[in-house]
Design a protein around this ligand. Structure first.
Ligand code: PLP
Length: 391
């Protein structure tokens, strides 16, 4: 064990995943506050329409999180107790929690070691008569093999709900993620490529599903019930489903209305940072992100290194401590679902059942990657990484 100590290489702590918030969205939030329509209103509708057009999809329904969107997509597909839903262990807990909230059982299928995405070749072996849906996760912004997944789904009559929390800009074979599966769910959480502080969006080309999600998302009130206090005059509302309180507010949409138009411009900067990291770390004894799939566009949401103690002499956690001591924040995406106590105890998952996800969970670390980073910030990250591995 090295005795080298690490100290800050910069004055301010570089917080991982800091959003880029500009004056335009600040003004838009103030405008909502001044107009006093702060709940679900016209800005949510405008943001839905803007997102719908960005993807070129028929329907976009805004909600208060991606988690809510996953939950409602499953409910809209009629999934519940006694059903099984296949997903990957290499995801955030929200993906499996949303399955559990419907009463269904999550069934995990290991990911590929390089792409870190669900391995389509292992999906069919996990299908049973109870299987109703597959949730592929476009981890880090890399597109899953959607042709293979849609083909399996078609042959077994399964619904595909894409978890695109990391994948707003992702395309697959020229098609935007959000237009391929039956439903796709995006996140606008604070660290995401487009943020509304908290927020989510479900997209679909199937009108019945969009309608159901909209109704489920606001108490089960009949469509457009949010207008009941508007200048169109009072209307009685009618409850048609036992719904949830998952609606997005105009304060959140106000942020999105200015974040989304910048997303393509920001992707250019994300690409630049990605290349800079790739070049700066090429000679280090760590694995860099897998090369791009030539058929897909990566959204560059997360840049991850695989730190293997056998090769570097430093564990992933020690590496993160060393970056932290140098005032550089990092993240872990993720400790596999199958390694958390609740899922292990409830579903009997074992580390050896998902060897690739376990391997990644022990090694993965995400470096800061945001259009907010200055060139100086990026140089600091590179210096800190090299120091941490040299120590
Ligand atoms: C892969 C994945 N799925 C789902 C979610 C949940 O998103 P939200 O926080 O918007 O509910 C996240 C959020 O970090 C995520 O990374």
């Amino acid at each position: 064990m090295s005795t080298k100590t690490f100290s800050p290489i910069r004055k301010d702590y570089l917080i991982f995943g800091q959003p880029q918030i500009l004056e335009d969205e600040i003004d838009e939030v103030l405008d909502s506050l001044r107009a006093a329509w702060i709940g679900t209103g016209p800005k949510v509708s405008r943001f839905e329409e803007m997102f719908r057009q960005y993807l070129g999809v028929s329907h976009a329904v805004a909600l208060n999180s991606c988690t809510a969107g996953l939950h409602l997509s499953l409910l809209a597909a009629g999934i519940g107790r006694g059903d099984e839903v296949i997903t990957t262990p290499m995801t955030f807990c929200a993906t499996v929690n949303s399955i559990i909230h419907t009463g269904a059982t999550p069934v995990l299928v290991d990911c590929e070691r390089d792409s870190q995405l669900i391995d389509p070749n292992q999906i069919e072996a996990a299908i049973t008569p109870k299987t109703k849906a597959i949730i592929p996760v476009h981890l880090c912004g890399r597109a899953c093999d959607m042709d293979a997944i849609m083909d399996i789904a078609a042959r077994h009559n399964l619904i595909v709900i894409e978890d695109a929390a990391h994948a707003i800009e992702t395309t697959y074979k020229g098609r935007k993620v959000g237009t391929i599966g039956h439903m796709t769910v995006f996140s606008f959480y604070a660290t995401k490529n487009v943020t509304t502080a908290e927020g989510g969006m479900v997209t679909t080309n199937i009108p019945e599903l969009a309608d159901k999600i909209k109704i489920y998302g606001l108490h089960g009130l009949s469509r457009d019930a949010w207008k009941r206090y508007s200048d169109e005059g009072f209307k009685h509302y009618q409850v048609v489903l036992p719904g949830y309180k998952y609606n997005m507010t105009d304060l959140q949409a106000a942020l999105g209305l200015h974040q989304l138009p910048r997303v393509e411009q920001n992707l250019l900067r994300r690409n630049e940072l990605w290349e800079t990291y790739n070049q700066a770390f090429a000679d280090l004894p760590v694995d860099l992100p897998a090369p791009d799939d030539p058929n897909a566009r990566h959204a560059r949401h997360l840049y991850t290194l695989m730190v293997d103690k056998a090769r570097t002499g430093v564990s992933r956690d020690e590496f993160m401590d060393r970056l932290h001591a140098q005032n550089i924040g990092t993240g872990v995406h993720y400790l596999g679902v199958h390694l958390h106590p609740y899922y292990r105890e409830t579903y009997g998952f074992r580390p050896e059942d998902f060897p690739n996800a376990t391997w990644i969970s022990e090694r993965t670390v995400s470096l800061p990657l945001s259009p907010k980073l200055t060139n100086g910030d990026v140089e600091d990250v590179i210096e800190a990484v090299r120091n941490a591995l040299a120590g």
